[in-house]
Design a protein around this ligand. Structure first.
Ligand SMILES: NC(=O)c1ccc[n+]([C@@H]2O[C@H](COP(=O)([O-])OP(=O)(O)OC[C@H]3O[C@@H](n4cnc5c(N)ncnc54)[C@H](OP(=O)(O)O)[C@@H]3O)[C@@H](O)[C@H]2O)c1
Length: 242
């Protein structure tokens, strides 16, 4: 799909990967970008339209759909991570917040914007997923659960929206260098590079965008033996416990 002259909404567009995506869409010729944010900041750039949007708030999702009737590309980018293991978490709070933000939020956005994308000729819906949509990292257990759910949403809605001409894209990445991962000491992809690869994926009509080296590596490993892959995960987990 052409990015030039598209009208884009990026959730969580105020910082991190979302901000890099907003800038990448502008550089690629988008006519207008709605920057969804819980705390919108005015911009001097007339192509940028800040919009107040907490994706876990149904009224705000409905108001955004009302206000953004011209959208041709929706990017469900907003997300949270509690960095908690399943058994080690002290309550359900983090897991619930992850499901609300990483699954129910994108689901609500998809439901609200599917008719808008249809009206505007089909367009594209991009869900920002993770390598943890494919395997569970024990130390990020509940986050993985929410990103698995988001992959199911992506795969299901892709089938549902194909007839209306909407391309549904799942974008995958390992660690990206944003606020989310400040405490993680591991190689991280640059948000600018990830955003550029997502833009390229939209241009090429890809259904899946492996947006960094890590996603290519994990995909290749999982394409081999899932059992062997999990043996490594178990070993890493066990080693970290000692
Ligand atoms: N960083 C990684 O290693 C990594 C790897 C793979 C996938 N991802 C995914 O990439 C996406 C972007 O993550 P990031 O790394 O850029 O994280 P980040 O730097 O922590 O930014 C998260 C963004 O999501 C927004 N957000 C959180 N809850 C929201 C809500 N209820 N409603 C609307 N916006 C909300 C935040 O807005 P506020 O400023 O209002 O908090 C912020 O703009 C997420 O879906 C994440 O799961 C990240």
């Amino acid at each position: 799909m052409e990015i030039k002259d598209s009208i884009v909404l990026v959730t969580g567009g105020n910082r991190g990967l979302g901000k890099a995506l907003v800038e990448a869409f502008l550089a690629a010729g988008a006519r207008k970008v709605y920057v969804g944010s819980r705390t919108p900041i005015e911009s001097a750039d007339p192509r940028l339209h800040p919009i107040k949007l907490d994706i876990t708030n149904e009224q705000e999702v409905a108001a955004a759909a009302q206000a953004c009737q011209d959208v041709t590309i929706l990017v469900n980018n907003a997300g949270v991570a509690s960095f908690a293991s399943y058994a080690g978490a002290s309550s359900l709070h983090g897991a619930r917040q992850e499901m609300e933000t990483n699954y129910f939020g994108p689901l609500a956005m998809a439901q609200a914007f599917a008719p808008i994308l249809k009206k505007n000729g089909g367009g594209a819906l991009v869900n920002m997923l993770s390598v943890l949509s494919w395997f569970t990292s024990p130390s990020l257990g509940s986050y993985s659960g929410s990103k698995y759910a988001a992959l199911s949403l992506t795969e299901g809605i892709r089938v549902e929206l194909r007839a209306q001409g909407t391309r549904v894209i799942g974008a995958f990445a390992g660690y990206i260098d944003t606020d989310m991962t400040t405490k993680i000491n591991a190689p991280k992809a640059s948000p600018v590079d990830v955003a550029a690869n997502i833009i390229e994926g939209i241009r090429n009509d890809s259904e899946e965008v492996l947006s960094d080296q890590s996603s290519h590596r994990v995909r290749a490993a999982l394409d081999g033996s899932r059992k062997a892959f999990y043996q490594n995960i178990q070993q890493e987990w066990d080693n970290a416990q000692h």
